[in-house]
Write a protein that binds this ligand. Structure first.
Ligand code: SF4
Ligand code: SF4
Length: 283
């Protein structure tokens, strides 16, 4: 079985406990307005072009039989760039091949209380492939899944029953606002959160503090209502807004258009979590 990856990061310290190797799977059904990995959104393999140091020689345009916006991933433009500025957004691996690659540093990761984190995009977008990957990694390393929770519920349950930790994102709670800012119906996320709460797998809730959208008192209170008292909740991790969220859009030939005020300071409202006896960390 083939699995499509857009990045592998080694020695990561933000994707779960210890030192980890994180694999980012391609494709995401959400369309979060603040997404800072636009190259991982589309499942299709497209060219990514770094605008810095471009000579404007036009070779990549001459060789392309398609408009770049309708890129079919033929990779012809990669070889013609004299400055090596173009790369493809995806690499396809056989699951077994990816497992060997990820376990390359398994001993070092173990000594440092770490392991492998499967992230995205949204790993549940390639749900069968993720399940296969998890089954192959099981027993060989600590496995974490970083997910928006948006995916097939039955397979989600099977995945979480085979791993050690889930990093579960919680973002916009209001249904209409979720459609506006994330492009999805968030009821599936809440359904999968209940499945997670009823499982035996430990989990961390991760909240990106998008100013004026996710970091409002009202929204954070709704998040707390959904998770308080959950027996396997380890803690909540709050992610301050990343002001470089838009930096990769040019690379992917896309435009970053935030529907919120990027310059507003995000507010973690730590008192709300403390009042509900929920351990909270700001990353
Ligand atoms: S990979 Fe490059 S040459 Fe091929 S379709 Fe995409 S932009 Fe054009
Ligand atoms: S081939 Fe490379 S240097 Fe030439 S225009 Fe394309 S990206 Fe720029």
């Amino acid at each position: 079985m083939k699995i499509r990856v857009f990045s592998i990061e080694e020695f990561s310290v933000y994707d779960g406990p210890g030192i980890r190797t994180t694999v980012f799977l391609k494709g995401c059904p959400l369309n979060c307005n603040w997404c800072h990995s636009p190259e991982g959104k589309r499942f299709g393999n497209v060219s990514l072009r770094s605008p810095n140091r471009c000579l404007n020689c036009g070779r990549c345009i001459e060789i392309c039989e398609y408009n770049r916006k309708k890129c079919i991933g033929c990779a012809k433009c990669v070889d013609v760039c004299p400055r090596d500025l173009i790369r493809m957004s995806a690499i396809d691996y056989e699951v077994s091949e990816l497992v060997s690659k990820l376990l390359k540093n398994a001993d070092i990761l173990k000594i440092n209380n770490g392991g492998i984190t499967i992230s995205g995009g949204e790993p549940l977008f390639q749900v069968d492939e993720t399940l296969e990957l998890v089954k192959c990694l099981k027993g060989k390393t600590h496995i974490a899944l970083q997910t928006s929770g948006y995916g097939n519920s039955q397979k989600f349950k099977e995945i979480i029953d085979n791993i050690d930790l889930v990093l579960f994102d919680m973002k916009v709670m209001d249904e209409e606002q979720a459609k506006k800012f994330e492009g999805i119906d968030n009821s599936l996320i809440f359904k999968n959160l209940e499945i997670l709460k009823n499982s035996k797998t430990k989990f961390i809730i991760r909240v990106p503090l998008i100013p004026g959208v996710i970091d409002t008192k009202e929204n954070l209170k709704e998040i707390i209502n959904k998770i308080k008292g959950a027996k396997d909740l380890v803690r909540v991790e709050l992610l301050p807004y990343n002001k470089y969220a838009g930096s990769k859009y040019k690379l992917a030939g896309l435009k970053f258009e935030p529907m919120y005020d990027e310059n507003m300071e995000s507010n973690p409202h730590l008192d709300l979590f403390k009042a509900n006896d929920i351990e909270v960390r700001v990353l």
